[in-house]
Design a protein around this ligand. Structure first.
Ligand SMILES: Cc1cc2nc3c(=O)[nH]c(=O)nc-3n(C[C@H](O)[C@H](O)[C@H](O)COP(=O)(O)OP(=O)(O)OC[C@H]3O[C@@H](n4cnc5c(N)ncnc54)[C@H](O)[C@@H]3O)c2cc1C
Length: 409
């Protein structure tokens, strides 16, 4: 087990500086354009692929870093550049992690390369769990997957919503119920390969922020995938279902409650790190502005009312980063989240980003309110962090139930 450290090692510092350079030189200058266009920034993703940032190798290297700091450091730097573009770059990684975590070696080897494509023909992937009637309450999802034994195929029907890269992805990872009687224990994830008939994009959403990231509905109409597309394989699923049915029987036939929320603990710090990146970006713009903007014959930072805001902003950003790093270290080293530390980190960092970006607008005055300066976009972008991967209310619910020793449902 790696000791918890607040210092990046030399290798991590090198990676951080390299990512920062890409974020500053490639992502940030493109941010305003792709925010206005509300389209996936394919040329930027391609550029990221060329230098090795958009690749499984890079993502896996950070993901398996034993200090736990690889992913939060990478997320913070990329999202410092721009949240919408960065989400377009890391969105595939989120789907790939689903395959890495649950797939067989063969599935990992077959599908992850197809999620990324290659640097001359980049592809993206989508992770589709949320549905119109199953957002926070993921256990209630209705998409069904039924096994057709004669053909060794799964038939999937349902509608997914809010899918990042939904409909434009080469590979979709779809969560569906194979046995509604056992609630979330009856959920399974499926690969939907490129060009599978029956999968189509529903409406593409026009959003408040992260507009360079594509978000859409995904409709699954009698989508047939081979048996080999069930992540983890049928044997493992059958064993899991047998255990869940046994438990449900023992509980008097009650639906097995959703324990899936608990598994988010390990992935939530990464979203916290994205929020830290956006917050830090807005803080830096505000600090720079406060030092140079003069009113009443002196820089506005000479006013305590402005300087104290900056002091609070920086304090909260640093506190958020520490919570994120702690939770990431715990996740990588298999420490139990006895106080829902993953949710804590995401809750605090996402709320901090919303607050800090609003303060940045205030410090820039009229300029802050315009699209001539980036803090307006950063504030719009930051609103997503308190919503996806579990809203702030859900984080509080998870933390409170964990502290109380109550089941998370
Ligand atoms: C831009 C964007 C990208 C996304 N990307 C993906 C993706 O790639 N894949 C995917 O599967 N999903 C994705 N999501 C979905 C996201 O995870 C959900 O939006 C989120 O989980 C909230 O679900 P909901 O929108 O249905 O809100 P609801 O669950 O309907 O919640 C509405 C409000 O009620 C509150 N609430 C609900 N239940 C409780 C409770 N028990 N106690 C207190 N308050 C409660 C919530 O906190 C919220 O304020 C994305 C969403 C967005 C906006």
């Amino acid at each position: 087990m790696a000791e918890f450290t607040m210092e990046l090692n030399d290798e991590q510092k090198e990676v951080r500086d390299w990512l920062h350079g890409f974020a500053a030189d490639v992502i940030r200058p493109a941010a305003a354009e792709w925010d206005e266009r509300e389209e996936t920034p394919w040329p930027v993703i391609q550029e990221a692929a060329k230098v090795g940032i958009y690749s499984l190798d890079f993502y896996a290297q950070q993901y398996f870093d034993p200090t736990g700091l690889g992913i939060p450091m990478a997320m913070e730097e990329l999202f410092w550049g721009d949240a919408g573009i960065a989400l377009s770059i890391v969105g595939t990684g989120l789907a790939a992690v689903g395959v890495l975590a649950n797939g067989t070696e063969e599935q990992i080897g077959t599908w992850i390369p197809q999620m990324y494509g290659d640097q001359n023909d980049v592809k993206v992937a989508a992770f589709c769990s949320s549905e119109p009637d199953a957002g926070s309450d993921v256990a209630s999802l209705r998409t069904r997957a039924v096994y057709d034994e004669a053909k060794d195929e799964w038939v999937i029907n349902g509608t997914k919503t809010w899918a990042t890269n939904g409909g434009i992805a080469n590979v979709h990872v779809v969560v569906a119920s194979v046995d509604p009687e056992v609630g979330s224990k009856g959920h399974a994830s499926f690969i939907v390969p490129p060009g599978t008939p029956g999968l189509s994009q529903g409406q593409k959403f026009k959003k408040h922020g992260i507009r360079a990231s594509h978000t859409a509905e995904v409709v699954l109409d009698n989508v047939r995938v081979p048996g080999s597309c069930l992540l983890g394989g049928k044997e493992k699923l059958d064993e899991r279902l047998a255990r869940a049915r046994e438990k449900a029987k023992a509980a008097g036939g009650d639906r097995v409650k959703n324990a899936a929320m608990a598994t988010f603990e390990a992935s939530r710090p990464a979203v916290g790190a994205m929020a830290v990146g956006t917050a830090r970006a807005a803080y830096e713009v505000a600090l720079d502005y406060a030092r140079t903007r003069e009113q009443f014959g002196r820089p506005i930072i000479d006013n305590q009312g402005v300087a104290f805001q900056l002091a609070d902003m920086r304090t909260q950003i640093d506190a958020a980063r520490l919570l994120v790093w702690r939770a990431s270290w715990m996740a990588v080293n298999g420490k139990p989240f006895t106080a829902a530390e993953g949710s804590m980190s995401k809750l605090f960092a996402s709320e901090t980003a919303k607050k800090v970006t609003a303060q940045a607008i205030q410090i820039l005055g009229g300029n802050g309110y315009t699209r001539e300066y980036p803090v307006e976009r950063m504030h719009r972008d930051s609103a997503i962090y308190t919503i996806f991967e579990g809203t702030s209310e859900i984080q509080r619910l998870v933390i409170a139930r964990t502290l109380a020793g109550m089941p998370i449902r």
